[in-house]
Structure formats: C-alpha cells, structure tokens
Design a protein around this ligand. Structure first.
Ligand code: ADP
Ligand code: MG
Ligand code: MG
Length: 246
C-alpha cells in the first residue's frame, strides 16, 4: 500500500525527517510513537502532501505510484485520508454536505458516478449508529464551535464514510475521555479490513488497549529508531523513551 524509501524532509529550511524507511502493507495497522517534536506530524503531512513540507531525498510510493509531486487532493483521490490534529472550521457547510462533496469528488476522479441518495443516507445511518452520533449533529456547520471531542468524532465519522485505502490519524486520541476513545477505537476497528491500511500517530499506549497494531515504530529526532509490535508500546509506557535513545 505505502512504501517510504530513504525519505528526508525539511520544513522551512529545517531538516526534520532523516532517511525514513517504512512499508505498510494492505490490511496492516501501524503505530508511530515518539517524543514531542520528533517529526511525527511532519511524516503525516508529507504523505498527505501538505504545503511547506519539502522532500530533500527519497520517495513515497502509494500502490506503486510515486506521490512526491502530487497535489494533496490528487492523493485524497487515490484513497489517502489524513485526519488533522487541528481541523479547520468551514462555516456555511454542514458535515453531511461536506462529506457528500468529498465522496463525490473522489468518485468522480475515479470515473464513478455520484453516490445515490438512498445509499448515502443508508450509509450515514449505519455509521452514525456505530459511532453513536446524533443526527442533529450532522447538520451543524463543519467544526464551527465544536468541542475537541466533537471535532475528533466528526473526523472519524468522515473517515468511516469515505472509507479510504490509507487512513492516517495524527493524535486523534489526544484530549479524549475514555468513552470517546472507546467509540473512536470501535470506529477504527470497524473500518479496518484486509484491503485497507491505517497509520496511527499517538503519544499514549492507552489507545492500544482497544486497537491492536501489527507494528509499532518509534520516531526520534526525525529517524525511526526502533520497530516492534504491541509489546514495544507497553515497554515505552513503563520505561519512557530514554532506553531507546541510549
Ligand atoms: P511531532 O508531531 O512529533 O511533535 P512535528 O513533526 O510537529 O513533531 O515537528 C517536528 C519539528 O519540526 C519540530 O521541531 C517543529 O518545531 C518543526 N516544525 C514542524 N512544522 C513546522 C513549521 N510549519 N514551521 C517550522 N517548524 C516546524
Ligand atoms: Mg507534537
Ligand atoms: Mg504532532
């Protein structure tokens, strides 16, 4: 699904990622952990193609297609979804309209006709039931006046509706209470299948009580310094990052 080869990235002349290699296959969940400022969000941003992030060296391949020079929306059309740490507010556009527009734009880019209204409503009902989202919430303007928890719930709702090939969740679990985190995990586990992949960036091991990753990687000063499985996350929880750095 995703192959990152010898990737070095800078932001405003500052070198952030250094020679990162990462392969995510179909059906896998990967977790990236690491201290603050280690480059986790930079990694998410460069995959999604956000501006200000520049590749100095290396390649990002998505289903064997090079992403390096594609615009963010072209990457979204290919099936990449990034949930932002701090999503934007869009007054005047409801959540539902926004999702309908996004879905149809992806369908159009892939030569599919617009989603049928009946199918769309059915899908909304299924996903909002699953995520315990109130129907009234869905007609509110996008992110306007949303609490932290509501923003995150909306992101996961969008993700489940769009059903991307690769979902990248950047600190989606930060600031969530335990119930919201369980709901979030439920959504992720439900979304997961053998044909898609999920990259979760998190500070906390606690999310991994509900989602079992195939791989855990530790990013430190822009380098992947250790990879392992769920056990690695548990070890970080009890011992911190210093033992890896040393
Ligand atoms: P993390 O998500 O692991 O906390 P980031 O990727 O956000 O780390 O940041 C890595 C480093 O890059 C930090 O030192 C941060 O200050 C710097 N950085 C990130 N984005 C920008 C930006 N837009 N302008 C300047 N520096 C940035
Ligand atoms: Mg940070
Ligand atoms: Mg970050």
């Amino acid at each position: 699904m995703l192959k990152i080869k010898n990737l070095s990235v800078s932001v405003k002349q500052k070198k952030i990622l250094k020679n990162v290699n990462l392969t995510i296959n179909k059906g896998e969940i990967h977790v990236i952990m690491g201290p603050n400022g280690s480059g986790k969000s930079t990694l998410a941003s460069i995959i999604a193609g956000k501006k200000d992030y520049k590749i100095n060296k290396g390649k990002i391949l998505f289903e064997n297609k090079e992403l390096n020079f594609l615009a963010p929306e072209e990457r979204a059309h290919l099936g990449i979804f990034l949930s932002f740490q701090d999503p934007v507010e869009i007054p005047g556009i409801s959540i539902l309209n926004f999702i309908r527009i996004s879905l149809n734009s992806i369908r159009k880019a892939n030569c599919k006709k617009e989603i049928d209204s009946y199918q769309f409503l059915k899908k909304i009902r299924n996903v909002s039931d699953l995520l315990k989202i109130d129907k009234n919430f869905l007609s509110r303007d996008l992110n306007e006046g949303f609490s932290g928890g509501e923003k995150k719930r909306n992101e996961i709702f969008q993700m489940c509706m769009i059903n991307p090939k690769l979902s990248i969740l950047d600190e989606m679990d930060s600031g969530l209470d335990i119930d919201a985190m369980k709901t979030l995990s439920l959504g992720i586990n439900k979304l997961k299948n053998k044909n898609n992949s999920i990259l979760i960036i998190t500070h906390y091991q606690r999310l991994l009580n509900y989602i079992i990753p195939d791989y855990v990687h530790v990013l430190d000063k822009g380098k992947i310094v250790k990879s392992g499985n769920k056990e690695l996350a548990l070890k970080i929880e009890s011992k911190g990052y210093d033992w890896i750095k040393n």
